[in-house]
Every structure is written in structure tokens, then in C-alpha cells.
Design a protein around this ligand. Structure first.
Ligand SMILES: Cc1cc2nc3c(=O)[nH]c(=O)nc-3n(C[C@H](O)[C@H](O)[C@H](O)COP(=O)(O)O)c2cc1C
Ligand code: SF4
Length: 396
């Protein structure tokens, strides 16, 4: 079940519990200061600065606060969190404990993708072991006033439940639908209490930062995108698997490492990401250029790009929660557009209208699903115009 991990991930070099011990030796404010200084940005896709998020939750006044680890991992092409949880669960739970100490939370919840049910038992065993070693429970590692424990909850099987406010709704037993923001979860999250939702990988890096220091993390990557990043690579390459690369790596460099040099396109960021053509392979994978939660799907020379677009649009039509019109109707329209292109009966004027609709969805949808679902359609239609026109004889 485990994907191939290529090379050594930094997580395997970190001494057990060293991050938590280092954190507990600091004040809460200094822990957040170190994470802020590292420049760590959320590895779940949106790239929000982790130190800022923890600071906001720490500043919120409430007798109850929560740390939620987002292990829903529903983005097509993403499987890095599964590998991290399989091989480095302790480092993730350690990161949750560090975050809890920093913001003053007593309870953590791991929201585990429903399809990863098989991981529940080893994860529960890991938690029990941590309780025995006083890495969880009352007075964690003897620290007065710091009680913390973690519960595992299974995801509800919808992609939208990975969106942090839908995830919180789902945890509360409601249908997984995004909430209006503000208020943000750091103020009003799980059961109305301040809640930090972080990705699995983000929390694992927080542990490493406590062990190796903010300067080490900042020394990797680019100025605006610091640190290493874990990628799930799949598709038309000879070496698919889970890799760690520094942020800022170019698409071409990444392809060389994974044996995908002959690719004609790469989808970066999963279904909600962008399709990058070979002419742009010198671009950097970083928050300031091509941002990603870690999914890289390689398309070889023989791939039909309209089929790729259809595949992604079918996914979004299925996964839209239907709450807001731009996303509910827009995804249907874009899928219909792809079908028209495939049948060769899409007038150019209509294609332009569909592109305008896609841009409206990016602006007007309520949550990240609808805001990003047109990305693949728009980037494929723009970057592979010749292939699409040649094949479908678009009516001018
Ligand atoms: C439709 C949708 C699905 C998402 N799925 C996930 C997911 O599976 N895992 C994840 O960490 N973040 C996911 N996110 C992003 C979360 O809303 C949130 O930004 C993230 O968990 C915050 O953690 P981070 O700051 O550590 O990245 C998703 C967002 C959207 C809009
Ligand atoms: S953008 Fe889509 S998924 Fe998000 S709230 Fe609107 S309909 Fe639901």
C-alpha cells in the first residue's frame, strides 16, 4: 500500500521527541517565534504562514482550543500525507503536540481520510505508545499546566471535507459544507472554539524546525518559499513515488529526477492546480510562481489533453457541494464545453465565454473548490490551443 519513497526524507533524520523537548524548553511565544522565523507556509495547498495562524489562535481568548491535523488528502494525485503518516506518524503527532503547547490547546483531532481506514490501527497504537511515554496525557513530559491528547476521527469520504471549515462541520456531525468566513477557525472553529487546522506535512515540518532550527529551514528553498517540500509524483515518468525537493526547484529539474524528461505537460497542484506546458518547464515550483500542495502528475507526449481536462472536470462536477451557484453550475458548463470541444462543435465565441465563466468562478465561488476548479480547464485551453483546435476543428 505504501508508495515508493525516493531518497531519504528529512523526517527520517530527526531524533524521536527531540522537537517536543526543545519546544517545551521554550516559552509558548518563542515556539511561535521560531516557526514564524522559519517562514514555514502551510503544505496543504493554500500556503498560509503557519506562525501567523498559530499566533492568531494563541491570542484568541477561550477556555478550549483545538489542533486539527488535516489528513483528508483528497486532491487527485496527492499521496504524500499517506506516506508521511505511514512512516513518520510520531513526527506528525509530535508536531500536533508542539502546536497545542504553542496555542494553549488541550485536545487534538486527526481527521483521517476515510479510504485510509487501514491506517487507523497503527496510528492508534502509536498514540497509545505516546501516552505510555507521557508524550501525551496530563503534564506532557512533566510540563506543569500542559495537558494534551489526540483523537482520530475518520473522514466522510468527500473531497470538500478537506476544506478546513467543511472539515470542522463534518467533525461536528454536520454535512461537510464550507462555512462563510469570517469568522475564521482560529477564532471560531470546532464547536465554536479557536481551532488551528494544519496539514500533516506542515506539522511534521514544525517538529523538524524545533529540532534543527528556523535558520536551517530558511536556508533551504527560496526567500518567499522556504524549506523542503514533499511531493507525490505520478503519471508518465519512470520513477513515480514520494520525493523531497527544496521549494524553488524548476519543473525541468523535478522531471529529470523522476524520469519524466519527455513530458509534454505537467499538472502541478492536483486537479485544482495548473497544467504547465513544456515551454514553461523552467518555471519554479514555489508559492511565488507555481504553488502546490505537492501533487505532480506527468503527461507524456501521447496524452490527449482534452481527455485530461474532461477527467478533472468530471471530478469537480461530482465533488462540488452545490452550495453556491458559480461552482455548482459553472463546473457543469465547463464539462459540457469540454464535451463540445471533443465533438468538434464548440464555436470560438462560446469557448471565450467559457473562459470568462471560469474566471468568474475563480472570483465568485464561496470556497477554494470552486475558486480553483477552473484552473485545469483554463490552463489546458490556453496552453494547448493548437492541439485542441487541430483535433476538434473548433468552429470559428
Ligand atoms: C476543496 C478543498 C480540499 C482541501 N483538501 C485538503 C486536504 O485534503 N488536506 C489539507 O491539508 N488541506 C486541504 N485543503 C486546504 C485546507 O482548507 C486548509 O487550507 C489546510 O488544511 C490548512 O493547513 P496548512 O496551513 O497546514 O496548509 C483543501 C482545501 C479545499 C478548498
Ligand atoms: S465553491 Fe463549490 S464546494 Fe465551495 S461552497 Fe461553493 S459549491 Fe460548495
Amino acid at each position: 500500500m505504501t508508495a515508493k519513497t525516493m531518497g531519504q526524507l528529512t523526517f527520517s533524520t530527526v531524533e524521536a521527541d527531540a522537537g517536543l523537548k526543545a519546544a517545551l524548553a521554550k516559552s509558548r511565544a518563542d515556539v511561535i517565534g521560531e516557526v514564524s522565523k522559519s517562514g514555514l507556509k502551510g503544505r496543504g495547498g493554500a500556503g498560509f504562514p503557519t506562525g501567523v495562524k498559530w499566533n492568531l489562535a494563541a491570542a484568541a481568548t477561550s477556555s478550549e482550543k483545538y489542533i486539527v491535523c488535516n489528513a483528508d488528502e483528497g486532491e487527485p494525485g496527492t499521496f504524500k500525507d499517506r506516506v508521511i503518516l505511514t512512516d513518520f506518524a510520531d513526527i506528525v503527532f509530535e508536531g500536533m503536540t508542539i502546536a497545542a503547547y504553542a496555542i494553549g490547546a488541550m485536545k487534538g483531532i486527526l481527521y483521517l481520510r476515510g479510504e485510509y481506514t487501514y491506517l487507523r490501527k497503527p496510528l492508534e497504537d502509536c498514540l497509545n505508545q505516546r501516552r505510555e511515554n507521557n508524550l501525551l496525557g496530563e503534564k506532557v513530559l512533566g510540563k506543569d499546566g500542559f495537558d494534551f491528547d489526540i483523537e482520530i476521527r475518520l473522514g466522510s469520504g468527500a473531497y470538500i471535507c478537506g476544506e478546513e471549515t467543511a472539515l470542522i462541520e463534518s467533525l461536528e456531525g454536520q454535512r461537510g459544507e464550507p462555512r462563510n468566513r469570517p469568522p475564521f477557525p482560529v477564532d471560531t472553529g470546532f464547536m465554536g472554539h479557536p481551532t488551528v487546522v494544519n496539514n500533516v506535512e506542515t506539522l511534521a515540518w514544525a517538529t523538524c524546525i524545533m529540532v534543527k532550527g528556523a535558520d536551517w529551514f530558511k536556508g533551504v528553498g527560496t526567500e518567499k518559499s522556504s524549506g523542503p517540500k514533499v511531493f507525490s509524483v505520478s503519471g508518465d515518468c519512470t520513477n513515480p513515488g514520494v520525493f523531497e525537493f527544496p521549494l524553488g526547484i524548476t519543473v525541468a529539474e523535478l522531471l529529470k529526477q523522476v524520469g519524466g524528461e519527455g513530458a509534454k505537460a505537467v499538472q502541478i497542484g492536483g486537479a485544482s492546480g495548473r497544467c504547465i506546458p513544456a515551454a514553461q518547464f523552467d518555471r519554479a515550483i514555489a508559492y511565488e510562481d507555481i504553488a502546490t500542495g505537492g501533487s505532480v502528475i506527468v503527461f507524456g507526449a501521447d496524452r490527449d489533453m482534452l481527455q485530461v481536462a474532461r477527467n478533472f472536470m468530471e471530478f469537480f462536477v461530482e465533488e462540488s457541494c452545490g452550495q453556491c451557484t458559480p461552482c455548482r453550475e459553472g463546473n457543469e458548463k465547463l464539462l459540457e464545453g469540454v464535451e463540445m470541444l471533443e465533438e468538434g462543435c464548440c464555436p470560438m465565441a462560446y469557448l471565450k465565454e467559457l473562459c470568462a465563466l471560469g474566471e468568474t468562478m475563480q472570483l465568485a465561488s464561496k470556497c477554494g473548490l470552486g475558486q480553483s476548479s477552473p484552473n485545469a480547464f483554463l490552463s489546458i485551453v490556453t496552453n494547448f490551443q493548437d492541439e485542441i483546435m487541430g483535433r476538434t476543428e473548433v468552429i470559428l
